[in-house]
Design a protein around this ligand. Structure first.
Ligand code: SAM
Length: 271
């Protein structure tokens, strides 16, 4: 049976450090992030993420799922805190906050752990800056069974509250790798699958379906597009056809089309 600790003051040091996770500095220092909502917390626990703190509003409805979350937190060495709804809103920095918020330990996959000869599809995002885009991309990647997302260069934080919210919990289901551009280029020298870049000056999409085996799909920055060094390592640069005069697609929308093509519509054979 999990033991709950009741806290009522925003000045409590434990609450202060939880609130600090709303900032990049706090997340980096603590190696943790906030996940809101019972369903997402349960999902994270079930796939083995470490729950360091489970914060429950006094107004939360009790039930078996809440009990499961409590147990998962205590089993991973964490503490269960019960707080008044007003304090929950201060932690979440918004009105009508969820009645459950978890502090979860961050986890990343090293680039070297991606097999160079697998038959899998990876999304590579160069300097993706918008956390809403990144969260949507993680949600899409999860839905289409993408094997991982690689963030190259100065991308936004995948564990920010905004990105985690936009991912709808998928941040815990998609292996994430962060690497600088030189590190990625060095690793890529050993990659034996296909490398497909997306570019407004590319050729039209349908040829993609002939590709088989492991595929990296490279997506460019929201403003600048895909850089020359990353475009240069692609065997194919593809353009998603648009109405004449249309500027470009939003990064998350373009990534969703590519992820669909690469999986459901299938240029990588499902294993
Ligand atoms: N001004 C940028 C440019 O010239 O590339 C537009 C960048 S776009 C908003 C962000 C990324 O989405 C692009 O780098 C590319 O990866 C992808 N993208 C957007 N529209 C696309 C399209 N029609 N075809 C292929 N990729 C596209």
């Amino acid at each position: 049976m999990a033991i709950d600790f009741e806290i009522t003051s925003a000045a409590n040091p434990e609450i202060k450090s939880i609130r600090a996770l709303n900032t990049k500095k706090g997340r980096t220092e603590q190696g943790a992030f906030l996940s809101e909502g019972l369903r997402h917390v349960i999902e994270a626990a079930r796939v083995g993420w470490v729950i360091r703190r489970l914060v429950i509003s006094k107004a939360a409805r009790q039930g078996p799922l809440l009990e499961e979350a409590r147990r998962a937190c205590v089993e991973s060495g964490g503490r269960v805190l019960v707080v008044p709804p007003a304090l929950m809103e201060r932690i979440a920095k918004r009105d009508n906050a969820q009645s459950v918020i978890a502090v979860i330990e961050q986890r990343r996959r090293a680039l070297d752990d991606i097999p160079g000869d697998g038959a899998e599809v990876y999304l590579v995002l160069e300097e993706a800056r918008d956390p809403g885009n990144l969260g949507s991309i993680l949600r899409t990647a999860d839905a289409f069974g993408i094997s991982g997302v690689v963030l190259v260069g100065a991308c936004c934080d995948p564990f920010s509250v905004e990105a985690v919210r936009a991912s709808m919990g998928s941040v815990v289901n998609v292996p994430l790798t962060e690497i600088d551009r030189d590190g990625f280029l060095a690793w890529h020298a050993g990659w034996r699958g296909a490398t497909v870049g997306t570019h407004l000056k590319g050729t039209a999409l349908p040829g993609l379906r002939d590709l088989k085996g492991g595929v990296l799909i490279l997506m460019g920055n929201e403003q600048a597009g895909l850089s020359a060094p990353l475009s240069d390592i692609c065997e194919t640069l593809v353009r998603i056809p648009m109405r004449a005069g249309s500027d470009s697609l939003n990064l998350a929308a373009a990534t969703a089309i590519m992820a669909y093509e690469a999986t459901a519509a299938g240029f990588a054979e499902p294993q």
